[in-house]
Design a protein around this ligand. Sequence first.
Ligand SMILES: [Zn+2]
Length: 225
Amino acid sequence: MKSTRRSLAVLILLAILSLTFRAQQRPPVETGTFRRPDLVEIIKLDPTIRLDIRYATKHNFVGRAVYKEARAFLQRPAAESLARVNAALKRQGYGLVVFDGYRPWAVTKIFWEITPADKKEFVADPSKGSRHNRGCAVDLTLYDIQTGKEVQMPSEYDEMTERSHINYQCATPEARRLRDLLRAAMEAEGFAVYEPEWWHYDYKDWREYPILNISFKEIGRTPRH
Ligand SMILES: [Zn+2]
């Protein structure tokens, strides 16, 4: 009985310690000057951009929803550029499907913690933050305007294999064509692909925005200063 009590006490102590440790986990402190964040909801700028927010469902590599709301935001200049990408693609019969945009820092931390060491190139280190945390990265694919369906790319979204690499050559010619079409359209508007992931693009001005950790609900409510 005594030892049960003792182990219970140890467990409680460990729980308190781990909570304290977690509470100290905050986004990295950055020095320098940044532009004032101005996150806008992508579909409010262009309602023909579609959303497939996997992180608001259990159909993602975490296996559970990490977002309460299926919404996507970017800093205004990035969102405006994305709307221009969508307009350019429309003339070729395609539209954009966004998987993710701005991502609160706490979610980046969850991704890092559950991802095995040999797959870490697919997730951002929370001690540095992600470009998604700055509202300057977007994960996306294409849909075919005629069929209304998402196109087949060389890999699935968030697939942690070589098929996801932007230069993977062993996909079907059609999948490679579509991947390269998306890349050309994005690069024309100031986005750069992250080479291990054909779906991930960084907006050119990402360095000018701070790492944020506000929820989707708080966006727009936060006083701007
Ligand atoms: Zn991404």
